[in-house]
Design a protein around this ligand. Structure first.
Ligand SMILES: Cc1cc2nc3c(=O)[nH]c(=O)nc-3n(C[C@H](O)[C@H](O)[C@H](O)COP(=O)(O)OP(=O)(O)OC[C@H]3O[C@@H](n4cnc5c(N)ncnc54)[C@H](O)[C@@H]3O)c2cc1C
Length: 455
């Protein structure tokens, strides 16, 4: 049996290890004391709450299928069906149902929501009459969309979604890589609103586009690791990669007990791009340069628990997104106790929510100490959703360089990286930095990397 070292014990690396089960002798090296990467559940006021990803995409199958295959099928659950709201013009305003990444498929239903001014709404509604906007090569999301739906709709509808998913900005993120569904529609020419409406009408009705895991999405990597049968070494950071004269790959790692040297027939780098670049420096300098050029945004997640009996008001709905143009510090809030039935059932006396801070380019906000971030989150939540009192417990999780930014030209950059790494026999790359940041996309890249090796 061939040996494989997977470097990085996030969901991408674990999905790769799982894919290789029974076919290779797999060891996973993870620098943190625990596996899971951005999927991590821990306790706030005794309640299990996700620190990173809290849901998995159900519109594409990979993560849901993996959860089912590793025994979590019965624990998958839908969030409450409350609409997404946007905190703007001093109120929480519901997005119309049927939007695709913020683009309404029935723009007239925005009337009366206060999300857009009358002029902004009129401009949006004119999209269906506009001539086609030619799309040659990659452009920024705002570069394309402002021409179609108007800048105000980009700022108040699309950018809040991008802030929530990528912690990114519409004028920098690539249309093709950040909104591939929209890019596909845009390439056909004509009205994107009409095209998205047709796509929605033709698609199978889904109960919910996302699902969670009872007890926390952080359970997923644990279950995958166990089902993979791989050897998992935590607190083990790979610091160098060498090719042996016999054609194997040698990994030099640092552990709490000192250095560790391992050899294998193949390695899978399931790491953020910049970390993969460091290991590839001596082997694929061109790839290293491209990998290092992928910007990663930092964010912080402030999780808070309120005692229901002491809270003067508690918010309705699942949470809200915040347009960057409104100048607030928090970019999104998720009312977890409303959103996830299992959480409300398991802790009926408490109300748990989380607020996120930090978009690409706003890293300076995160220099503040934890208590300052908590204070800011509480005061903005009071402004947005009502004076809900003070939390009885709060936790700040910092995700430094946690979210890759797919800038204009990202897909071409990834092709060049894959071409360069493809020349190294027995080396594969996977992870959030390449073909999608969501958990489902990460599972897909991990499994694809393992399949390529197996072939
Ligand atoms: C706050 C936040 C919320 C999110 N919410 C959602 C959501 O709700 N739904 C969704 O689909 N996606 C969400 N995402 C995105 C998604 O969680 C991540 O993109 C995905 O989990 C990344 O998985 P990965 O395995 O590619 O990378 P990571 O999770 O980053 O795993 C890489 C691992 O490699 C380890 N590592 C790094 N260097 C080394 C080294 N030298 N040696 C050994 N190990 C190393 C790291 O410690 C890490 O554990 C969210 C992300 C963040 C930050």
């Amino acid at each position: 049996m061939r040996s494989v070292i997977v470097i990085g014990g996030g969901i991408s690396g674990l999905a790769a290890a799982w894919q290789l089960r029974g076919r290779a002798d797999v060891t996973v090296l993870e620098s943190d004391p625990r596996i899971g990467g951005k999927l991590r559940t821990s306790s706030v006021a005794g309640i299990p709450v996700d620190e990173g990803a809290e849901s998995i995409m159900a519109l594409r199958p990979e993560a849901v299928e993996l959860a089912q295959e590793v025994g979590l099928g019965a624990d998958l659950c839908d969030p409450s069906s409350a609409p997404t709201t946007v905190w703007t013009h001093s109120a929480l305003r519901p997005m119309p149902r049927g939007h695709v990444m913020g683009i309404p498929t029935e723009p007239r239903t925005l009337a009366g929501t206060g999300l857009l001014s009358d002029e902004g709404l009129e401009r949006l509604c004119r999209e269906e009459e506009l001539p086609a906007t030619p799309l040659t090569g990659d452009v920024s999301v705002a570069g394309y969309l402002a021409e179609r739906i108007g800048q105000e709709a980009v700022d108040h509808l699309v950018e809040p979604m991008l802030g929530g998913v990528y912690a990114g900005r519409a004028d920098r993120l690539s249309l093709r890589s950040s909104m591939p569904r929209l890019a596909a529609v845009a390439e056909q020419g004509g009205s994107i609103i009409a095209a998205l409406r047709r796509v929605r009408a033709a698609g199978a009705p889904k109960a919910s586009p996302v699902q969670g895991v009872r007890g926390g999405t952080g359970r997923l990597p644990m279950a995958v690791a166990e089902a993979s049968g791989a050897r998992i070494l935590t607190s083990t950071r790979a610091r160098d990669l060498q090719r042996t004269p016999a054609g194997k790959w040698r990994v030099l790692a640092v552990t709490g007990d000192g250095p560790l040297v391992m050899e294998a027939d193949a390695v899978i780098l399931a790491l953020p791009a910049y970390a993969a670049g460091e290991l590839l420096r001596g082997h694929a300098p061109a790839a290293d340069e491209e990998l290092s050029a992928i910007v990663h945004a930092s964010t912080a997640v402030v999780t808070m628990a309120f005692n229901r009996a002491q809270a003067p008001v508690l918010p309705d709905g699942n949470g809200f997104l915040v347009p960057a143009v409104d100048g607030h510090t928090i970019k999104a809030a998720s009312f977890l106790s409303n959103k996830w039935g299992w959480l409300a059932e398991s802790s009926p006396d408490m109300f748990v929510l989380r607020a996120s801070i930090g978009r690409a380019g706003e890293e300076a906000q995160l220099d503040a100490p934890d208590r300052h971030l908590i204070r800011t989150a509480v005061s903005e939540l009071h402004l947005a959703a009502g004076r809900m009192g003070e939390p009885v417990a709060a936790r700040v999780t910092r995700w430094t360089r946690g979210l890759p930014q797919y800038g204009v030209g990202h897909a071409d950059r990834v092709s060049r990286i894959r071409e360069s790494v493809g020349k190294l026999p027995g080396v594969e790359l996977c992870g959030a930095s390449y073909e999608g940041v969501g958990v489902a996309a990460c599972v897909a890249t991990g499994r694809a990397a393992a399949r390529r090796l197996a072939e």
